[in-house]
Design a protein around this ligand. Structure first.
Ligand SMILES: Nc1ncnc2c1ncn2[C@@H]1O[C@H](COP(=O)(O)OP(=O)(O)OP(=O)(O)O)[C@@H](O)[C@H]1O
Ligand SMILES: [Mg+2]
Length: 491
């Protein structure tokens, strides 16, 4: 094209074209329009050497602009890349410029324009000295405002203090550039949430919750995002509500415990009433059975009567055990085999009724442990019932119990023929009131109460996510810290 035509065209637009030789770092072309943009004439600028031009760029933007330029040169990008930076004008004031740059390996080509007006709108509103900025700083949370491409326009003081990154250094950086020690899954989830919000033009505000795991423990955040302005910029507020979350959890757990205790108290009263009523006639049945068995003619039916009586006695005893809140019981030394046998005796009816094959893997039956045995029985009972419920519709129905001496700890595991629990459900099952069972069938308290019981035993309840079949385990130290345990072998 005729150079005159080209320069006439150049004068019709508000920005300026430039080209720079990469090796010599010399400006090879610069439109006269640069004067309108920067206050310097193109002749003056062309004469300046590279270091002098660098001095005109704001110190907080230098790294950003040169890392972009290196990136462009290295990758010979097809698409031009945009960078915004501040340049000191001849009047000694800062002007915000946006440069679109690309390279052919030999030259950098670009177009610069004054974007101070846009920036002024962005920054003017959110300027350090403005009352809005004061407001942002007064918010008891981390506030940032971003462009729709999720690059930072600014942040409040709290965010800049906690991250150790200056307000200026945030500007232009992409959301997520801060390493907050967040696990990748959480980080991606939050990024995706924000991107989805930005992309969805009809959505004006949204909220989510997230967690940050760091050296200070797990913190819970409420994230709230809203769009503003013509460009759909975003204000993002993160409020640390860890205390509230913990309090909520405590209240839930307390509520669950109260319900559990009230239920146990009512059940216990009923059970001891029933036990009392049954025990007297039962003793008569057993002693009559004994008498009958003495007659050789009726030996068999007599013994059957005694066995049936013993079985009823065991069930009644179990009923008393399982309907008692053992929280106030002292820690005792017990044979783990006794606890297990007693629980199985009581649970056997359920396994039979639901046609589930129960097997106990061989273990050392002489191991004794310190615990509140009533509570441990209740925990195992809940694991049994959960297993039975979970495999109800399966063709293969079995439950396996294993006992392992882990040295310091004892482990009891209950595995069922089910295929495991999907992660999205598994992450909630320990929460109080979480249940997948129909109303009236499950209260969702079993595992959370069990977690509390094991915690009081300095132990854990866990779901073994590596197992092919659904496998829950409980573990606790055989010797309880600070216990003044008494030996008691329950029979
Ligand atoms: N063995 C298992 N297989 C599959 N899912 C299970 C198993 N054990 C527990 N779950 C899941 O965990 C949820 C919570 O169990 P939890 O024992 O806390 O309460 P629940 O059994 O529903 O009610 P509750 O124990 O109060 O009667 C269950 O509803 C079920 O979805
Ligand atoms: Mg349960």
């Amino acid at each position: 094209m005729n150079p005159e035509y080209f320069s006439a065209l150049e004068s019709c637009i508000s920005g300026a074209f430039f080209s720079v030789n990469i090796n010599s770092k010399k400006i090879t072309h610069l439109s006269d329009q640069v004067w309108a943009v920067t206050g310097y004439s193109s002749e003056d600028l062309k004469k300046l050497d590279f270091e002098k031009i660098k001095e005109l760029i704001h110190k907080d933007d230098i790294n950003k602009i040169f890392s972009e330029i290196n990136h462009i040169i290295k990758n010979k990008l097809e698409e031009s890349v945009k960078v915004t930076f501040r340049l000191l004008t001849q009047e000694e004031s800062w002007v915000w410029l946006e440069a679109s740059i690309k390279s052919n390996g030999e030259h950098l080509f670009g177009y610069i324009q004054d974007v101070s007006e846009n920036k002024g709108l962005e920054l003017g509103y959110m300027n350090q000295s403005s009352h809005l900025m004061t407001l942002m700083n007064a918010i008891p949370g981390y506030v940032s405002w971003l462009k729709s491409d999720l690059t930072y326009i600014g942040v409040n003081e709290s965010l800049s203090t906690v991250s150790g990154v200056t307000h200026e250094a945030f500007i232009g950086k992409p959301y997520g550039f801060l390493s907050l020690n967040v696990d990748e899954k959480t980080e991606n989830k939050t990024k995706l949430w924000l991107k989805k919000f930005s992309d969805n033009k009809s959505e004006k505000s949204t909220q989510t919750e997230t967690q940050i795991i760091g050296p200070f423990g797990t913190r819970h955040f409420l994230l709230s995002a809203a769009k503003y302005g013509d460009q759909d910029n975003i204000v993002l507020i993160g409020i640390d509500h860890t205390k509230l979350k913990e309090l909520e959890k405590e209240v839930e757990t307390e509520k669950a415990r109260n319900i559990h205790q009230a239920r146990m108290a009512a059940l216990g009263e009923m059970a001891s009433g029933i036990a009392h009523e049954i025990n007297n006639p039962l003793q008569i049945i057993i002693s009559v059975g004994d008498e009958i068995a003495k007659n050789p003619l009726f030996k068999k039916p007599g013994e059957m009567l005694v066995r049936a009586g013993d079985r009823i006695a065991k069930i009644v005893k179990g009923l008393k055990t399982f309907s008692r809140d053992g929280e106030q019981d002292p820690i005792e030394t017990v044979l783990i085999s006794n606890v297990l046998k007693e629980t199985i005796d009581f649970a056997q009816v359920n396994f039979k009724k639901k046609d589930v094959l129960l097997t106990i893997e061989p273990y050392d039956e002489t191991i004794d442990v310190e615990c509140r045995s009533v509570q441990i029985s209740q925990v195992i009972m809940n694991l049994f019932n959960n297993a039975i419920d979970a495999i109800e519709g399966l063709s293969e129905k079995w439950v396996k119990v294993s006992v392992k001496d882990l040295g310091r700890d004892i482990e009891i595991a209950v595995t069922d023929s089910g295929p495991g629990i999907p992660p999205e459900i598994a992450e909630k099952i320990m929460n109080p009131f979480f249940t997948t069972k129909s109303a009236g069938k499950g209260t969702g308290l079993g595992l959370s109460i069990s977690t509390g019981i094991l915690k009081a035993h300095h132990g854990v309840v866990g779901l073994d996510e590596t197992s092919k079949n659904t496998r829950f385990y409980i573990r606790w130290p055989k010797l309880q810290p600070n216990s003044t345990s008494q030996k008691s072998y329950r029979d």
